[in-house]
Design a protein around this ligand. Structure first.
Ligand SMILES: Cc1cc2nc3c(=O)[nH]c(=O)nc-3n(C[C@H](O)[C@H](O)[C@H](O)COP(=O)(O)OP(=O)(O)OC[C@H]3O[C@@H](n4cnc5c(N)ncnc54)[C@H](O)[C@@H]3O)c2cc1C
Length: 448
């Protein structure tokens, strides 16, 4: 049990310790609530640590920083232990900044911050059932390796990524765009060492047309999307996925190492059969893919696979129906919300299951959109707040809203709202949004 002994009842119980859940738990605890954070895996950070997703993108719109608060505190801590360079220009030019980091250092940073905030937490704690009465979740069943027990809470934060707490409690939901085969594909990220950055840099400089590059990049940091003309050769290595480009990023403080985000497996990651199938294909494909890299791609002849994510990265599964379901037009038309609690700047970025490429849409200048607090309330449930990837959004809007800096911002807002409802004796959706906004600003966050 992190930070002390476990009780049977907490003010706020946060389910899921990804970047959203951690931000939420810290925020609620700083508001004075007694908080328990339950995480089924053995680290915090969610897909950022278990699936090796990297870099965080993006903390900035083209005109300013739009994510602050606990997300920025996490980055500052990482910089302090040489686990990140901080925010740097995106060499691909897709977003205004990227934030590469060392996931092992992120694991420690998140634990330190939770302990400092006085959050109680538990690893290996899978929430398997929910007991509700009169639209309130009263307690959750936790299954561990050795036993099962229940925990009572006054308010619950659902930061499970797929909203599985809310769905178990009876919230409405849909998958993908309503058809589960439309869910964005899964990716098994690979950590590769022995990559020769000099060879790659000089090849990219001489063949700019084969890459997506920002006009200003000097390639002092390697974030590469391209080698398009090489990809047809992937067929002869008999991998089971198709992809039109390589996508990889250098790892801070690990010269010659990159995270390769290129494999792709269609399927519904909330269905254990399809999840198992995707993970298995990934673990078999990576060796053939390494042969392709070593034989065909400049700079990879001495490369070796260090590790794959311990879980395949699941981009999209279920979407909970909230009091407000964010639509893509809200982003593209930059709709203003009186109850805004976060500003995002990541564009629409849809990895399509049936094709090798991406569908992207830019947000009109200044490239920012808003997230309403109502999108964090699952309809029909009175004491659950959604956070991070679990927020309520349609498929296309979700493809923009899903990334990690915004997950941290919505997590912080969820934690504040959960704690404030206790202090005021109000239901979560009755907490005045102005009070939540005031606390967001006090914690260094941005909502307008
Ligand atoms: C392949 C891939 C590439 C991506 N690329 C980028 C990128 O380059 N940059 C970027 O910023 N974002 C990227 N994203 C998106 C982004 O990383 C995630 O959407 C974001 O980090 C989600 O954070 P989260 O905390 O909401 O959810 P998650 O990270 O999914 O965390 C949810 C946590 O809840 C836990 N959990 C779930 N159910 C239970 C339960 N019942 N009981 C207990 N614990 C539970 C899980 O174990 C997990 O730790 C990518 C995602 C994927 C999959």
């Amino acid at each position: 049990m992190g930070s002390g002994k476990m009780d049977k009842r907490y003010d706020v119980v946060v389910i899921g310790g990804g970047i959203a859940g951690v931000s939420s738990a810290i925020a609620a605890s700083r508001q004075g609530a007694r908080v328990l954070l339950l995480e089924k895996s053995m680290s915090f950070g969610g897909v950022l640590t278990t699936a090796l997703v990297n870099p965080m993108m993006t903390f900035h719109s083209p005109v300013r920083q739009v994510i602050g608060g606990i997300g920025q505190e996490i980055v500052d801590r990482l910089i302090g232990m040489e686990g990140s360079f901080g925010h740097i220009d995106d060499p691909i030019g897709f977003v205004s900044s990227i934030t590469p980091f060392d996931p092992e250092k992120l694991k420690s940073v998140l634990i330190c911050m939770l302990k400092e905030a006085g959050v109680n937490y538990m690893f290996g704690a899978l929430v398997t059932d929910v007991f509700s009465k009169n639209r309130f979740v009263r307690e959750v069943e936790v299954s561990t390796q050795s036993c099962r027990f229940t925990i009572k809470g006054s308010v619950f934060v659902d930061s499970t990524g797929e909203g599985n707490l809310s769905i178990r409690a009876g919230a409405g939901y849909f998958k993908g765009d309503g058809d589960q085969t439309s869910c964005q594909p899964m990716t098994l990220v690979m950590r590769i060492r022995g990559v020769d950055r000099e060879v790659i840099t000089s090849y990219v400089k001489d063949h700019r047309e084969d890459f997506v590059l920002s006009d200003t990049t000097d390639l002092s940091y390697l974030g590469i999307a391209g080698f398009f003309s090489f990809m047809p050769r992937l067929r002869k290595y008999a991998v089971s996925f198709k992809r039109d480009r390589l996508l990889f990023f250098e790892i801070p403080s690990h010269p010659g190492e990159v995270f390769m985000n290129t494999t792709r497996y269609p399927g519904d990651g909330s269905n254990v059969i399809e999840l198992t199938e995707a993970q298995s294909k990934g673990n078999c494909d990576v060796w053939k893919f390494m042969e392709f890299l070593k034989n065909e791609i400049p700079g990879f002849s001495n490369a070796a696979l260090v590790q794959t994510g311990c879980s395949i990265g699941v981009r999209e599964t279920t979407h909970v129906v909230g009091d407000y379901v964010i639509k893509v037009d809200d982003l593209l038309k930059r709709k203003q919300f009186a109850d805004s609690i976060a500003v995002g700047a990541y564009p629409v970025d849809l990895h399509m299951p049936g094709s090798e490429g991406l569908k992207t849409m830019k947000i009109p200048f200044p490239g920012e959109y808003y997230v309403p607090l109502r999108a964090l309330f699952p309809t029909g449930i009175e004491n659950v707040v959604l956070a991070g990837r679990a927020l309520s959004a349609e498929h296309l809007a979700f493809s923009a809203l899903r990334t990690s800096p915004l997950a941290s911002a919505t997590g912080m807002a969820a934690g504040i709202c959960a704690a404030m409802s206790l202090g005021s004796g109000l239901k979560v959706r009755e907490v005045p949004f102005g009070s939540v906004q005031r606390e967001i600003v006090r914690m260094g966050g941005i909502f307008e």
